[in-house]
Design a protein around this ligand. Structure first.
Ligand SMILES: *[C@@H]1O[C@H](CO)[C@@H](O)[C@H](O)[C@H]1NC(C)=O
Ligand SMILES: *[C@@H]1O[C@H](CO)[C@@H](O)[C@H](O)[C@H]1NC(C)=O
Ligand SMILES: *[C@@H]1O[C@H](CO)[C@@H](O)[C@H](O)[C@H]1NC(C)=O
Length: 483
């Protein structure tokens, strides 16, 4: 072997050895029907993920993670931050959600996420007063419990904390309204050896601005570069990350470790949210991450983020769609644990699929559709609205996978989604005679009429989910009323 071949083989060996190291994924659970947590944990292991980020510290999930060897980020939802501003409240949370799992064969907790994007502009400052005190109390409680050396509190923040992306990366600064607060938070993280956690969404840049140069969202080098001094940026992830590095440097912590808490691409619910785009985005991202998570950016050539968590694991049909219909379609897996597109976690761009969830139980092969024999159609509009208020009709919207259906197809889609959420209960497929059950799969080329899995749902203690659905589906319902 010549010297070049040796170097090539060595490089490949490194890729194979570290491929997947540092790669994590977000496991959200706002779905009407959930795969059993044990099934999900097995799926994570089968695919070689070694880290998982949660949005709470649900005991059933934690029990499933015990002994799995996965490193875990547990979380405190925004609504509970207020409670953590009391030190005793924080101490009891740490006991209940962290230290009780730290036994041999327990859960390998590494981080506590204090809130989730609490400083989003759209929250209008609701969590500005509680986040930092909660962060301090949680880390102090971890330290007092003598686990603070290994378990760090951090605050996953949206990239909007460092303002508009119009600036060149090197001029990045934290947003004016939260500048001093961010300075205090970063100082505290540094004092405790904790990382900064940021969520970066190239898709949202595109969603917010249809003139956003689409190539810049991917990693193909096809985009006209953003020129920043001697540096040319050809993808928004690098540019966005280095904007953060500059903002951190301005607070005196330019080399603070950074975790990318969320990064991903949705597959439905918007014209830019498509499986092929997601496949392309992840292929580029994973190639960047192939040397472990420490991909390089111009500002951090020796390694940028210590850990990267994909968003997300499984579709969540009960998530709020206030930000957009795409919110329910972020999964790299469908609701039933089937992979959606080719994805090679080692970054080698092989056309391979992730390993699906095993032993998934489906409801019978039955669908609820518009009844062609129906005569009185006067209640059709309100029936569709009702069905969509209590199920997920986001695939019907403009630019989505089921947008091409005709009026009857729309009705069938809505009735079926409701029927499946209701675990195919007979009375849920009536709608004044407008609906009927069929064993003929009504799916079309792009539009999937799904069958739900067994577990959860309206009759399985889903009242909280139903309430969330009711609130969140109001927008879709309003749209459908216009039919
Ligand atoms: C936060 O604290 C400031 C100053 O005490 C107060 O004016 C403001 O109303 C508080 N905001 C919230 C959301 O509680
Ligand atoms: C079906 O529903 C979608 C979403 O509400 C709507 O955009 C579309 O126009 C509807 N199609 C027909 C034929 O009514
Ligand atoms: C539609 O659903 C079936 C299973 O119900 C699945 O095998 C297939 O991949 C899905 N197609 C799309 C385009 O999601």
């Amino acid at each position: 072997m010549g010297r070049r071949e040796v170097a090539l083989w060595a490089a490949m060996a490194v890729v194979l050895w570290v491929g997947g190291e540092g790669l994590g994924v977000n496991w959200g659970t706002q779905a009407s029907h959930q795969l059993p947590p044990k099934t999900v944990v097995q799926m994570l292991k089968d695919n070689g993920f070694n880290r998982v980020k949660l949005f709470d510290a649900d005991p059933v999930t934690m029990k499933a993670l015990a002994g799995s060897g996965l490193e875990v980020m547990v979380a405190i939802p925004n609504k509970d931050l207020e409670f953590m501003t009391d030190y005793d409240g924080a101490k009891s949370w740490v006991k209940r959600s962290v230290t009780r799992y730290l036994f041999d064969g327990g859960v390998d907790i590494r981080y506590v996420a204090v809130g989730n994007e609490p400083f989003l502009s759209s929250y209008k400052g609701s969590f500005l007063n509680t986040t930092f005190p909660a962060l301090q109390n949680i880390q102090n409680a971890l330290n007092e419990a003598k686990v603070g050396g290994k378990i760090k509190a951090t605050v996953p923040l949206n990239a909007d904390v460092y303002g508009p992306t119009a600036v060149v990366p090197s001029s990045g600064r934290f947003r004016d309204d939260i500048g001093p607060l961010m300075g205090q938070i970063v100082d505290f993280l540094a004092r405790n050896g904790a990382p900064f956690t940021v969520n970066i969404y190239p898709f949202l840049s595109l969603y917010a601005d249809r003139n956003f140069p689409i190539d810049f969202a991917f990693f193909d080098g096809g985009a006209a570069p953003v020129v920043d001094g001697n540096i040319q940026y050809t993808n928004v992830l690098d540019a966005n990350f280095d904007t953060l590095v500059a903002a951190l440097a301005a607070t005196g912590h330019g080399s603070m470790p950074v975790i990318i808490g969320e990064v991903g691409w949705p597959t439905d619910g918007d014209m830019a949210a498509r499986s092929d785009s997601a496949e392309k985005f992840y292929a580029g991202l994973l190639r960047q991450l192939a040397g472990g998570a420490k991909f390089a950016t111009p500002a951090r050539p020796g390694g940028a983020a210590d850990e990267v968590y994909l968003f997300g694991l499984i579709d969540e049909d009960a998530k709020s769609i206030a930000p957009g219909n795409f919110e329910r379609h972020w999964g790299i897996f469908r609701y039933d644990g089937q992979p959606k597109f080719a994805m090679d976690l080692s970054g080698q761009r092989r056309q391979i699929f992730l390993t699906a969830a095993k032993n998934v139980k489906y409801q019978p092969a039955k669908w609820c559709v518009f009844n062609p024999a129906a005569e009185d159609l006067s209640k059709l509009g309100e029936s569709i609205t009702y069905a969509c208020t209590f199920s997920d009709c986001t695939a019907l919207g403009y630019g989505s996978s089921c947008n091409g259906l005709d009026a009857r197809g729309n009705a069938s889609y809505a009735f079926n989604m409701f029927f499946q959420v209701q675990n195919q209960a007979e009375e849920s497929c009536y709608f004044n005679g407008l609906a009927t059950v069929t064993t003929q799969n009504p799916s079309t080329g792009t539009c999937n009429f799904t069958i739900q899995i067994v577990g959860g749902g309206a009759s399985g203690g889903g009242s909280r989910v139903a309430a969330v659905l009711a609130a969140a589906a109001a927008f879709v319902a309003a749209v459908l009323l216009l039919i």
